[in-house]
Design a protein around this ligand. Structure first.
Ligand code: MG
Ligand code: ZN
Length: 224
């Protein structure tokens, strides 16, 4: 087997991608604080930045509910079929795998714990339960060129892997993936991200499970 000219790197979303549903929306819908629907609609409709909107959503919840919120998030989430197989495939084919999530640490890390992904390959937002309301913290903000106010800025991370040296692959489902999808070489999309790719005329592969992703990556492997 000859060496590939460029290394492949995957940037994989978490909510609605690795997990079947969006955990942030599931949490907020479950606890149902007044006013959440407008905020979610404004985020998805891109009338409000993700950072602002997600911050507002969690501030609707008091920190006295920490245990219920954390327990609900973790017990409610379901991992999409084929995820462990995709990780094994990446290892086998020397593809770097990063989780680039607009989700929150208190559910992202526990849900990923069984899969053995190194912690420095997981990017997500943080949380602070020390005040009266749940405060989201933003350790990976937009750098330089990104003016989108992402919260967890996927494009800032993607730009650390220069186009000439890496084939950049994004797997996602929704608004946190829109900017990254414009930047990368290969997009795997479902849900809102599929619509966005159609709107922008971006090529994409649709997936339902990670086995669909593996099939396409395998084909790439065979043809390059
Ligand atoms: Mg998502
Ligand atoms: Zn950004």
């Amino acid at each position: 087997m000859t060496a590939r000219p460029v290394k492949r790197v995957i940037f994989c979303d978490f909510d609605g991608t690795i997990t079947e549903n969006d955990n942030i929306v599931a949490i907020i819908r479950h606890f149902n604080p007044a006013g959440w629907e407008t905020i979610v609609n404004d985020i998805v409709g891109q009338r409000k930045s993700i950072r602002q909107g997600v911050g507002e959503l969690f501030r609707l919840l008091p920190t006295s509910m920490k245990k219920e919120v954390v327990d609900y998030a973790i017990s409610n989430a379901k991992i999409r079929a084929g995820f462990a197989d995709l990780l094994a495939f990446c290892k086998e084919h020397d593809i770097q795998f990063y989780v680039t999530s607009g989700g929150i640490d208190f559910f992202v890390y526990p849900l990923l714990a069984p899969f053995g992904i190194p912690e420095d390959h997981i990017y997500c937002n943080g949380s602070d339960f020390s005040g009266e309301r749940i405060d989201i913290t933003w350790p990976h903000p937009c750098e330089g060129e990104c003016k989108t106010d992402c919260g967890m800025c996927k494009t800032s991370i993607i730009r650390r892997f220069p186009a000439g040296q890496f084939e950049r692959i994004l797997i996602g489902d929704s608004v946190t993936d829109f900017e990254g999808a414009k930047l990368v070489d290969v997009v795997f999309a479902r849900s809102h991200l599929t619509q966005k790719c159609k709107e922008l005329g971006l090529p994409y592969h649709e997936y339902k499970t990670f086995h669909d992703v593996i099939d396409v990556l395998n084909l790439q492997e065979a043809t390059t």
